[in-house]
Structures are given as structure tokens and as C-alpha cells.
Write a protein that binds this ligand. Structure first.
Ligand SMILES: [Zn+2]
Length: 79
């Protein structure tokens, strides 16, 4: 899906550089249910913003890379 790329910021306005600068994304924080990515100015390396990646989005990208078969339902009850 190329539309997905539009959600990502490729350049943001930087106060220090006084213009829109290309940014690079770096992983800032990993939480149980989401990850926070930081957008750093490529000119002065100051943080220009951040993006939260929800676990649902992560699972989608992970399942796309390597499909893992879930363990089958094991019933604790036996007839
Ligand atoms: Zn800058």
C-alpha cells in the first residue's frame, strides 16, 4: 500500500534551522502496547516530533514479514 507512506512525515519545520528540514526516524520508546518513534532533524538533530505506532500496526507489519502459525486451541476437557 503506497498510501501508507503518506502517513509518515518526511520533512518537518525546524525552529533552529528556521525551515522545513528532512527528518530521520528513530525508535524512542518501546511500550507493551505501542512504540514511540522520534523524528530528528537531519540538520541539527533536534527532535521535531514523534509518532506512536500502535501494537495493531506493529502486528500487521510483523505478520507480513514472517507468518507465525498460532498454537492450536487445546481443550483442557476430555470426554
Ligand atoms: Zn534543524
Amino acid at each position: 500500500m503506497s498510501q501508507f507512506e503518506n502517513l509518515r512525515a518526511s520533512s518537518l519545520y525546524c525552529n533552529k534551522c528556521a525551515k522545513a528540514m528532512p527528518v530521520r526516524e528513530s525508535l524512542l520508546l518501546v511500550l507493551p502496547d505501542k512504540e514511540i518513534h522520534d523524528y530528528l532533524c537531519t540538520g541539527c538533530s533536534s527532535s521535531l516530533g514523534h509518532r506512536e505506532v500502535s501494537s495493531g500496526e506493529l502486528m500487521l507489519s510483523r505478520s507480513a514479514m514472517g507468518r507465525r502459525r498460532s498454537t492450536g486451541m487445546m481443550s483442557p476437557f476430555r470426554p
